[in-house]
Design a protein around this ligand. Sequence first.
Ligand code: IPE
Ligand code: IPE
Ligand code: MG
Length: 246
Amino acid sequence: MMSFEEINLEMLPQHIAIIMDGNGRWAKQHGKMRVRGHEAGAEAVRKNVEEASKIGIKHLTLYAFSTENWSRPKTEVNTLMGLLVKSLRRELAQMISNNIKLSAIGSLSKLPENVQQELLEVIKKTTHNTGMHLTLAISYGAREEIKQAVVQISQKVKNNIIPIESIDETIINEHLYTQNLPDVDLLIRTSGEVRISNFLLWQIAYAELYFTEELWPEFNEQSLHRAILSYQKRERRFGKTSEQLT
Ligand code: IPE
Ligand code: IPE
Ligand code: MG
């Protein structure tokens, strides 16, 4: 698998986030129904989760379903929800044996009851795992996430729980769905689209962005290595000069 340049295990991105796009186009290219594309996408999730955990990535966040995706045809939404339940059931054993801890972010209460239940079940059963932290963004929208943070903070100010002067980036962070996660270091989007589609707007403020033409079902272990290699060749200056970094 790793017949090319080796990634540096000392310089890994701590948090990788992926916009898994292109299932539909993959299906079309192969003369299949969209549902087959999503099934192939679920396979790619399995492979990449396993590989990321093997490499030693600490946090992996996957965009599985956006708040905007609710506008897709009802049959496709139902297919995706069904597939989610199936994948969670099927992957639980793998997550346990790989010591992976699962979380979910998004407007989870909008999900069908059985999806919520399955999610809670897997979250509960993996909660004490100490390996990679896998977060699924489902029914997720960054603007919705920021909005609910503003509402929560405003309520605390109104009820004199916190003074207005105490509002800083840390407080805002603490009210996002991702409160327990570090900022994203590497954001990957497949399928050639060069946009963010309402994903983790706050958390990617200084992420390195990696766009690839590969469709999500084609994105395999080698693809993940290529993305990490690209990340490792960049100089993250955070506003400083190159000279200041050495
Ligand atoms: C990504 O693949 C999966 C979800 C958004 C749920 P798409 O279904 O968006 O695939 P394309 O963009 O139509 O190819
Ligand atoms: C983004 O993909 C959402 C997910 C990958 C879950 P979309 O295919 O929904 O995004 P747009 O419509 O191209 O922006
Ligand atoms: Mg798409």
